[in-house]
Unconditional design. Structure first.
Length: 202
């Protein structure tokens, strides 16, 4: 029975992403998108590892206790805000996950990584490819690059340091990373066009 219900989680997450985007023009759809996201979570909760379930349960208990405390002191719970909290961030994570599904399997390779090379030029090309493509598809790019390098020779510490350092540099400027996305969503007046240049400089 759980497997049957789990099949609906994919369409629900897709509806969440579409609803979150459309809610920019039709704000009423934000609640619908939030309900879809919560429903998808409940459907797949049994498939997650125990640590995730305990963490989710703990956060839920804390949140419910805070809402109950507020209700006892005359503050009515804002159910719409509870359903749509972090909706933009959830939409971003869903979109990045779909990009990973498209990019990871098959024969897709970054254009600049078609041929194995060596030297400073290859170092720069590989690093920039990891930085730019990894900023969008995240960890899938790391796996793709390391798989490409492993085809010609064993991957050593130098290659691992190169790939990981260029990849993690995307944290400073790419909105497709959860850290930057959370900063943009929760920091007052945060603007990507203002933060990105400083992140690129780092």
């Amino acid at each position: 029975m759980t497997a049957v219900f789990s099949r609906f989680s994919g369409p629900l997450l897709a509806a969440t992403a579409v609803g979150a985007v459309v809610s920019v023009w039709l704000p009423a759809l934000a609640v619908v998108a939030g309900v879809c996201a919560w429903t998808a979570v409940l459907l797949r909760l049994a498939d997650t590892v125990a640590m995730v379930r305990w963490t989710a349960a703990g956060l839920t208990v804390v949140g419910a206790a805070a809402m109950a405390y507020g209700a006892l002191h005359g503050v009515r719970p804002d159910w719409a805000a509870a359903a749509t909290g972090n909706l933009q961030l959830i939409c971003l994570l869903i979109a990045v996950t779909f990009l990973q599904l498209v990019a990871f399997p098959g024969k897709l390779r970054a254009p600049s990584l078609q041929r194995t090379a060596s030297g400073p030029r290859a170092f720069l090309r590989t690093g920039l490819a990891v930085l730019l493509f990894g900023a969008v598809i995240n960890l899938s790019m790391v796996a793709m690059v390391l798989d490409h390098l492993a085809r010609s020779r064993p991957v050593g510490r130098t290659e691992l340091v190169l790939v990981t350092r260029f990849f993690t540099a995307g944290l400073f400027w790419s909105p497709f990373f959860g850290a930057m996305a959370a900063s943009l969503v929760h920091s007052p007046d945060a603007r990507l066009l203002l933060l990105a240049p400083f992140g690129l400089a780092l």
